[in-house]
Design a protein around this ligand. Structure first.
Ligand SMILES: N[C@@H](CCC(=O)N[C@@H](CSCO)C(=O)NCC(=O)O)C(=O)O
Ligand SMILES: [Zn+2]
Ligand SMILES: [Zn+2]
Length: 223
């Protein structure tokens, strides 16, 4: 079995030539990781075919909802930051996707430039007030109005834009949250392997630097 796997694998010959049991074991591990990643369900259209790098000089663009007429339009006057895959139940996901891809932009760089009257707040009790189109359901932006470490930042989905150059996803957050929405816990290994395979570190909260930022804000508040 192991020999068959080694023979099949594209890195097999170099491992065998090196004659190293250690490197052969690494090849097998990589094969299993690879096959798990391949068998994982679709994560998100911006992730499934590999992540395309953004453009550091990109200066912003327009987001549009999915309505064919009276489309809601949001204009961003700069690139986004902290773009990430999010498995939480609150962030908007396109049809069939397990994850959302969501980023932040300073709120003074975001303007609703068409059909704002179609927007409503999905949950006014949530920290992030997500403004969604009442017709197609797409979340156009999420704003924090309460005291919060991220107050001043709006949450947006760059896949709603035709322009290219938005910052690419940097990490995967709230990965285990997909289980709360009905995903089979036993298949989480495949999902994490696929996220890893496209280059994203996986976390069950936000990334460590963002969690540190939140904790520092909380500590300062307490002091
Ligand atoms: N398990 C919960 C987690 C929800 C959650 O805490 N989501 C985060 C991240 S959203 C973007 O990264 C959050 O900050 N939520 C605040 C809010 O949504 O208002 C679940 O899955 O629901
Ligand atoms: Zn719409
Ligand atoms: Zn989320």
């Amino acid at each position: 079995m192991a020999t068959a796997l080694i023979k099949k694998h594209k890195y097999a010959s170099s491992a065998i030539l090196a004659g190293s049991i250690v490197s052969a074991a690494a090849v097998i591990t990589q094969y299993y990781k690879g096959s798990a990643a391949r068998s994982a369900p679709p994560l998100h259209p911006l992730l499934d075919d590999g992540i395309k790098k953004g453009d550091a000089k990109f200066a912003g663009g327009k987001l549009r909802c999915h309505c064919a007429s009276r489309t809601v339009e949001v204009t961003l006057d700069g690139n986004v930051a902290h773009n990430h895959a999010c498995g939480c139940s609150k962030c908007w996901k396109p049809e069939g996707a397990l994850f959302s891809v969501v980023a932040v932009v300073p709120r003074d760089q975001l303007r609703v430039t068409a059909n704002e009257d179609k927007l409503y707040v999905v949950d006014d009790k949530a920290a992030i007030q997500r403004h969604a189109c009442e017709e197609c359901g797409v979340h156009m932006y999420g704003r924090i109005e309460a005291e919060h470490p991220f107050k001043g930042l709006d949450f947006v989905h760059v896949e709603l834009s035709q322009e290219k150059g938005w910052q690419e996803p940097q990490f995967a957050a709230f990965v285990s949250s997909i289980i709360e929405q009905g995903f089979d816990a036993e298949k989480m290994g495949d999902v994490r392997a696929k996220l890893k395979a496209v280059g994203l570190d996986t976390f069950d909260s936000l990334s460590p630097p963002l969690m540190d930022l939140i904790a520092s804000w909380t500590a300062e508040k307490k002091a």
